[in-house]
Design a protein around this ligand. Sequence first.
Ligand code: NOJ
Length: 762
Amino acid sequence: MPHDATPPLGATRRRLLATALFGGAAVVAAPRIAWGQALPHAARIEQLIAAMTIEEKAGQLNLLNDPFRFRPQSVNPTDGEGDPARVAAEIRAGRIGNLFNGVGAETGREIQRIAVEESRLKIPLLFAADIIHGLFTVFPVPLAEASSWDTDLAYRTARAAAVEGAASAIHQTYAPMVDVGRDQRWGRVVEGAGEDVLLNNLMSVARTRGFQGERGLADPQALLATPKHIAAYGAAEAGLDYNTVDMSEAQLKEVYLPPFKAAFEAGALSTMSAFNDINGIPATGNEWLLTELLRGEWGFEGFVVSDYTSEQELIAHGFAADGRDAARIALLAGVDMSMVSGLYLEHIPDLVASGDVPMAVVDRAVRRVLSVKAALGLFDDPYRGTSVERERREVGTAEHYALAREAGRRSVVMLKNDGGLLPLPKSGKRIALIGPFGPSLDVFGPWTIWGDESKRVSVEQGFREAMTDPSLLTVVEGSGVEEALDGGIEAAVAAARAADIVVLALGESQGMSAEAQSRADIVVPPPQQALAEAVAATGKPVVVLLRNGRALELSGAVRDAPAILVTWFLGSEMGRSVADIVFGDHAPDGRLPVSFPQLSGQQPFYYSRKTTGRPASSRDEGYKAQFREVGHAPLYPFGHGLTYGAVTYGAPSVGGGVLPWDGSLEVSVQVTNTGRRAASEVVQLYIRDRVATMTQPRQLLKDFKRIEIAPGATETVRFTLRREQLLFVGRDLEWTVEPGEFDLWLAPSAEVGEPVRFRLER
Ligand code: NOJ
């Protein structure tokens, strides 16, 4: 029921809702102020601020869960608790200015009507939602999509999600998540673009632009983007969600902040403060972060919303004494809008009366929120996005599903394909599809609250549609996701024996990589591993299809299978996208946005780690920065991904080898497709600053290009390198670059190939 955003409600709830929406509490007379339609927004906002009571000001800074509209999944601790009648009364009283996580045009219109017709100042509500990778049509999880290394694709899926959201009476999305994820134990790596700064920056910009569109925020199809969670939420110690972050300011500036800055430069006008503390100061109470840096240095003009009760959590952090203190600290730090806790509404009047918070600080926050409402066109058209007819037309379209399928197949990464086992023939072979994720409809991935469940395509369905003779397909679960199934292994082994080829669909359920779902051991769950061992022992050729929201440790029969595809969570069309690749209608061309370690215990593990004074060594030497069991290399490096062609690289060429201070250096490499199918190759440029006044990463991605190479052809791929690409954050915490020697790789992934040397000369 994708088009009907007003699904069946229980009778009591329906009554409550009707009373709430139409209940007719007495309307307080509107103030006699002379603000006319013709006033420019800034002047109008000042007039409003001058006319507002302190309670009404606090109301504009108050954001609550939408209790009116359907939310089929719970995504936050208390999100089912709202009382429609109470919330409607509070809106009428001007004590709530913003609601989130309700979608639907028809009810949206009724809720908005309360604000603009029944509240004293008639200020429209702002409706926000977690639209992370699609609304009704679900696109690949962001980590999967980042595997496409294709910013145009990320733009297009964000645009489609925005079209659906904006047609369902939503104005703001809590996306993109731009937290760099270097520890795969963290459950929320799945929501971002992985471990690399450049890839995160590019995806951050593409998604921000995609959500907001090209025609300004007032465009009826635009959604305000909210890059989150500022800052360094992804660097939680031990990958444990919400945990402490303690890092140098240089690292913060070099790695964790750039994707935010990139999003703001692309026009994002809101951001969400993180749950974690950074160097002893919780992000939500961090004036340096949210005011000095964000406003002062970066010139950000939008508003900051707290994450779900994160201002209240200042108490648990031991950073605020009580709710009043928490509200004071967050407000003074620069958090403009309070999510769910109600602390702003409760304490702002007294905080101002007592002089603990200057009125100017409250006005500043209100001004920011109202300015964004104005930018969204809400003062001109508060009912934007509330046409039921348009909603029907624009959500869940065939075009969006086609995009979901395309994005899905572009997100698949082929780790391995020994002996050219893939693609599989569509006919003539008996295929056993074994594992919990063959028939499973667990395809959306986390953060899909409203995805249309009736349109999910399993891998089994995708295979049946693709195969010429689907009767050659046998499907056996063999195991649950985390528990064994009675007789499962026996049934699976029998199916494997009777087949020519086994496809093992294994991995994590969507609930295993999500908020608060950190894993201490990032392995394929043991019952599935046992299934894989038993099936592999039949000696049949095995293709592994991994379902995962993070890089995993692969071992035994899973690691040793001749072919492995990383299929993540690909959204609504998952089964078809996977079948497109498995049966060869499309070649895989995704690249890993995260390194696959050899063992969980290597986390955090990322290609751009520092060398240390005793770099890990492939030779059997002692006293090196490596683990007893595995050394310190990835199983599959960042950037890795094969296709059905076979690509080889020549040695990179750096021309004269000198990059002049104000000039550029042309570098190139010859890439040959020695295979029999066309190849789509992502040529990656990495550098290493060999000697600097701060230790530098062992490699850093600086550019990449995707090229198509015909079978047998050789292409020369050229890049232009400039000084600006060699910047790092120096001891004085400013971006700097130093002349000297650099290594350069032009390679199919990180951690492979031989570098060549060039000099930056002043
Ligand atoms: C908590 C999550 O951390 C955040 O990403 C999300 O946007 C909010 N809840 C609202 O649902």
